[in-house]
Design a protein around this ligand. Structure first.
Ligand code: SF4
Ligand code: SF4
Length: 322
């Protein structure tokens, strides 16, 4: 039993970070994936939108029970960044990919992909939402093999592949997506609001190919982009850091890059670029007790990267290029 299970449930719910980043996120991901599974794969049952709040409440209670009484650890969501190579160079990339790739190109080998995923699945009881992305993941030569491997893992609830919509899907990739079309869906970013990019976007070809092969996809609605403001050289204090995390939608996007789990893509990139001092990412292969380290990760109210992170609320044109 982990050390967290020894204490009263109420005490743990007072750890707001753990509650928000773990309990609440697990419940939300579970509900989101239930809706998606019914919509895309005709699995489970229809969820009445009027009952969502009630279901969420039930899932939160079940998640508490799972963790505190049954010793079950579910990873709400994790992204694997399989390459820092990208077909675009967005100035405001929230994963700092262009800067990172210029300093250090990182490619996750198929062997590393398997090792990291197996270690996480050994340490946890499930991953509710597993995401493969980059850079642009379609440039990776072993993407099809990675998808096949991830879709075969029973502890993963749903797999998502994220692409920026600039590359056609190869026949090999379409085959593996089709074969696993009850386990995976594709998410295509929408940069149409950026007129200069339109000639590069292959949305219609991609959507046609996915439809023909009965592969489910989401075409991103035109999301608002915010200026990427980088990091400050000065640390923020606990209160400032906690409020940054509360307003930051990326604090639920934990990412694996170079074998470390970080709170978000920006933190993962900053660790690799040694831009700020980050010592609290979880070392998947080096950890002696990955389960406990993951729990500590979710329990940490002030991750190092967030202390230095500068958030901006200035809206910018999506995917503006360097
Ligand atoms: S935002 Fe997406 S498309 Fe743009 S550089 Fe970053 S990873 Fe590439
Ligand atoms: S480092 Fe923290 S505050 Fe900054 S983007 Fe990532 S999660 Fe948000």
């Amino acid at each position: 039993m982990n050390e967290f299970c020894k204490t009263d449930v109420i005490d743990f719910c007072e750890n707001e970070s753990f509650y928000k980043r773990y309990i609440d996120q697990n419940a939300r991901q579970r509900l989101g994936m239930d809706i998606l599974k019914f919509l895309y794969f005709k699995e489970g049952s229809f969820i009445n939108p009027m009952k969502k709040a009630q279901i969420l409440k039930t899932y939160i209670e079940e998640e508490k029970e799972n963790f505190f009484k049954k010793n079950i650890l579910n990873i709400p969501q994790v992204e694997f960044c399989i390459t820092t190579k990208c077909t675009l160079k967005c100035i405001d990339c929230c994963g700092l990919i262009p800067q990172l790739d210029r300093i250090r190109h990182i490619e996750m080998s198929f062997c590393d992909f398997k090792n990291y995923l197996c270690r996480l699945l050994d340490a946890a009881d499930s991953i509710r939402h597993f995401i493969i992305l980059g850079g642009e993941p379609l440039v990776h030569k072993d993407l099809a093999k990675m998808i096949e491997f991830a879709c075969a893992q029973e502890k993963i609830n749903i797999v998502q592949l994220v692409s920026n919509g600039t590359m056609k899907f190869s026949d090999e990739l379409l085959d593996v997506l089709k074969k696993n079309n009850k386990r995976i869906y594709v998410y295509i970013s929408n940069y149409l609001a950026n007129e200069q990019l339109r000639p590069l976007l292959k949305h219609e070809e991609i959507k046609d190919a996915l439809r023909k092969n009965d592969i489910k996809f989401q075409f991103d609605e035109n999301k608002k982009w915010l200026k990427e403001a980088g990091f400050s050289i000065q640390k923020s204090d606990d209160n400032q850091t906690i409020s940054k995390i509360q307003e930051c939608f990326k604090s639920h996007c934990s990412q694996v890059l170079s074998g470390f789990v970080s709170i978000c893509p920006k933190a993962a990139a900053a660790k690799e670029m040694a831009e700020v001092e980050i010592s609290d990412s979880v070392d998947i292969m080096g950890s002696n007790n990955l389960r406990d380290d993951l729990i500590k990760f979710y329990q940490n109210p002030c991750p190092d990267a967030c202390r230095y992170c500068v958030l901006s609320d200035e809206g910018v044109i999506p995917a503006l290029q360097k």
